[in-house]
Design a protein around this ligand. Structure first.
Ligand code: BUP
Length: 442
């Protein structure tokens, strides 16, 4: 969902600017959330032409991560797109593609004689790490204990503990897919970034004006925060519950679409929330892929917790409308895995974040949250922690801190104001997108 969501948002931004949009999605999808979002989007936007692109699935074993497999299968199938697109009417003027297919989309756009742009679903900092990946991996000594930081010339170094653990294994499927794509980033006309000047000014400046990674990266085009699009669905009960809560009083807790916390960790979170005394809205998952998520809420949390906290909080199993929740005036803080979309959605309204990264780019994102004064992060929270469980007392402490620290809340609000300014007519992000569309019309 971290990839599909920004694409649907950009598709709707293009529609609002009178572009004709063809949406190409990989079939079959991995999760039920993807299938239902694609259907609802097409239902709400009947003018979009849809190509359900049948990908060739790779042989795999049960241990393989279904999302990583989907990325690699899609990457390897993309060269087959050309015949499906060559007779498009009106003819296509550009392709906007995911960076997970950067290596294979080049041949398609070249054959069609049109430019391609990439859409990065990550921070600028993480994209820089991806561009640097071939160099990082070519020297295994960089993972020695003597190296504590990743140093990319021209950028502020960051701790080696912040890189995704699979990067240490060049034979890992995720690393292999990213390496292929990383080498092709420079072939794109530009890379759209769902990021904000105020969160990543230094890195953006280093790449676009300082020539950092200039052999590996084309211009970066910051267009964040992406505009939200509306899907008319029935209002969830959690929204009605939020409507009844005082302003900025609720802690929203969610760890994204692919993280299922262990039973032990869930117990500690429940302790922390209850002991903090604050109101909460907690979204839970019990398996990585939603189609396999069959456990009931009461089996995860126990009847007594639900009964004791029924006047203080609400727990939800399954999909919620997160952007709507984060835009709601009752929400006062967000305990988040720091998926990049979640970070930018929090930034849109200046909701302070308690960062709790789980995998992938999320430790780097947590660092951006902390440095950008959008929230707080205890570096022990995440995969480099010295213990596996974060205990209830620590969770309670962090929640009290984020809800009680006026300075922190003010700083987060400032980020929200900057985000609003960037997105409004005449704002920096709006200008970047208009310029690309003008170029394509020539
Ligand atoms: Br879960 C969930 N409702 O219940 P990220 C997520 N979302 O609207 P991810 C919902 O999915 P990775 C839910 O608002 C965001 O736009 C959320 O993207 C939305 O994390 C998107 O935050 C999730 O980037 O990706 O999907 O876990 O693990 O790859 O970072």
């Amino acid at each position: 969902m971290g990839h599909l969501t920004p694409f649907l948002r950009i598709a709707s931004m293009l529609l609002r600017r009178n572009c004709a949009v063809t949406l190409i999605t990989a079939t079959p999808t991995v999760s039920a959330a993807e299938s239902s979002h694609i259907s609802s989007f097409l239902h709400e936007h009947p003018q979009v032409k849809h190509v359900g692109f049948q990908i060739i699935q790779l042989p795999h074993s049960k241990q393989d991560d279904p999302f990583y497999l989907q990325f690699e299968s899609t990457r390897r199938s993309v060269h087959l797109l050309h015949p499906l697109l060559s007779s498009s009417s009106p003819p296509l003027s550009a392709i906007f593609a995911d960076f997970f297919v950067a290596s294979s989309i080049t041949s398609v756009s070249t054959k069609l004689g049109i430019p391609h742009y990439l859409i990065s679903t990550t921070s600028v900092k993480f994209l820089c790490l991806l561009a640097y990946l071939p160099e990082l991996i070519s020297d295994p000594a960089k993972f020695d204990h003597s190296f504590t930081e990743v140093e990319i010339s021209g950028l502020t170094p960051f701790p080696i503990s912040s890189i995704p653990p699979p990067f240490k294994d060049p034979n890992h499927l995720f690393t292999k897919t990213l390496l292929q794509n990383s080498r092709a980033l420079s072939k794109a006309k530009g890379i759209f970034m769902n990021s904000l000047q105020c969160l990543e000014a230094e890195t953006l400046e280093a790449v676009n004006n300082g020539g950092v990674l200039s052999h590996s990266l084309p211009p970066l085009l910051p267009i964040g925060p992406l505009e939200l699009y509306e899907i008319k669905t029935e209002k969830g009960q959690y929204m009605t519950w939020l409507d009844r809560q005082p302003a900025e009083s609720v802690v929203y807790v969610s760890f994204g679409s692919r993280t299922a916390m262990s039973r032990e960790q869930i117990r500690e979170i429940s302790k922390g929330l209850e002991r903090s005394g604050h109101r909460f809205l907690w979204v839970l998952k019990s398996s990585k892929v939603d189609t396999e998520d069959k456990i009931q809420l009461k089996d995860l949390l126990g009847d007594s917790f639900l009964e004791r906290t029924k006047n203080k909080g609400t727990a939800v199993k399954g999909w919620v409308s997160q952007p709507e929740i984060l835009e709601h005036p009752s929400v006062g803080a967000f305990v988040s895995h720091c998926g990049w979309n979640s970070v930018i959605e929090a930034a849109r309204r200046g909701v302070p974040v308690v960062a709790w990264p789980q995998h992938g780019d999320q430790r780097l994102n947590a660092e951006i949250v902390q440095r950008g004064e959008l929230g707080i992060w205890d570096r022990k929270w995440g995969w480099d922690g010295d213990k596996e469980l974060v205990c209830g007392e620590e969770i309670e402490k962090k929640i009290r801190e984020v809800m009680g620290d006026e300075k922190l809340r003010k700083m987060a609000k400032k980020v929200g104001e900057e985000a609003r300014k960037a997105a409004e007519t005449g704002g920096s992000s709006e200008k970047v997108l208009s310029e690309v569309l003008e170029f394509l019309q020539k």
